[in-house]
Design a protein around this ligand. Structure first.
Ligand code: GUN
Length: 293
């Protein structure tokens, strides 16, 4: 069993980006600038956005945190989006999801300038991804593709089973794994909450990517020997023995499934750190596009 070490790989990628940022600075150019919009005070969202902004500072990007109250109206948020679209000093931005229930998420995502959409959630970018054109790839799926590539995991002709069809992870992952190229060229089954007998698919999978949010869902008797397992689950599970009062738990029963795996991501330290690294990579790409390079 080999661990797909997202923590280390993310550090490698951040170092690579920091070198490029230094080169831009040395040449008298403008460094990439990322903004993150957060609405409300959800604990997990605040944590993610906080680490996105901190990572920007670490590698020499400019960063802006736009904190908005839970009570903001859709019209007010759309006005803020327009302002960010028109801000020439800004290369890319994200709107942290989920948004409060009174705001139409699709309406907001549609309003983001596709050239600044470093999350890759706008239909223009999502469509380009599906059509195998160059574009921003959503950060979590992009991070998984990088892990597979950097650890030379064979994907061509393999059966990849994705669990979960969210717009952020499962759906784009299913598209990316079926695209031509490496990683890719996989035969993909996209399973979800309405799939019957999921274990019939997982038992026949060469690669399993779970993005379900159910702690320890994938058990050893659901996988075959030699399977590659990518665990996107990050659920906070109450734990009084932990100083934080919770532990981050993945979708995979790691202790047992890892014994049958050829490659597996840990939680934490697997896919999570890669997401931020890839968001930074997309922001660098946005800056280069703007600079016409
Ligand atoms: N919420 C959970 N994951 C993400 C992400 O990758 N981007 C945004 N904007 N919100 C999220």
């Amino acid at each position: 069993m080999q661990l797909l070490d997202g923590k280390k790989t993310a550090e490698d990628i951040k170092n690579e980006i920091a070198i490029e940022v230094q080169a831009i600075k040395d040449a008298g150019g403008k460094v990439p600038h990322l903004a993150a919009v957060i609405v409300g005070t959800d604990g997990a969202s605040l944590t993610y956005v906080g680490s996105k902004v901190r990572s920007c500072q670490q590698i020499g990007f400019d960063s802006t945190l736009v904190s908005l109250p839970e009570t903001i109206t859709e019209v007010e948020l759309l006005a803020k989006i327009k302002e960010l679209n028109e801000d020439d000093n800004l290369d890319g931005y994200i709107v942290q999801l989920p948004l409060p229930k009174h705001i139409d998420e699709q309406k907001i995502l549609m309003a983001i300038d596709p050239d600044k959409d470093v999350d890759g959630f706008h239909p223009t970018n999502f469509g380009k991804m599906a059509l195998e054109m160059d574009t921003f790839i959503p950060a979590t799926p992009f991070g998984i593709m990088q892990l597979l590539e950097r650890y030379n995991v064979e994907t061509a002709g393999k059966h990849t089973v994705v669990i979960g069809r969210s717009h952020i992870v499962g759906r784009p992952m299913s598209i990316l794994m079926s695209r031509k190229g490496n990683p890719g060229d996989s035969t993909v089954t996209l399973t979800h909450s309405r799939t019957k007998n999921i274990e019939e698919y997982t038992k026949n999978a060469d690669i399993i990517i779970t993005a379900l949010g159910v702690p320890n869902y994938l058990k050893a008797d659901m996988v075959k020997d030699g399977v590659v397992v990518i665990d996107v689950g990050i659920t906070r599970v109450d734990d009084a023995t932990n100083p934080k009062g919770y532990v981050i738990t993945g979708d995979v029963d790691f202790a047992e499934v890892s014994k049958k795996s050829s490659f597996i991501t840990p939680v934490p330290g697997g896919v999570g750190p890669m997401t931020i690294a890839m968001l930074l990579k997309n922001t660098l790409l946005a800056r280069k596009m703007k600079a016409g390079k």
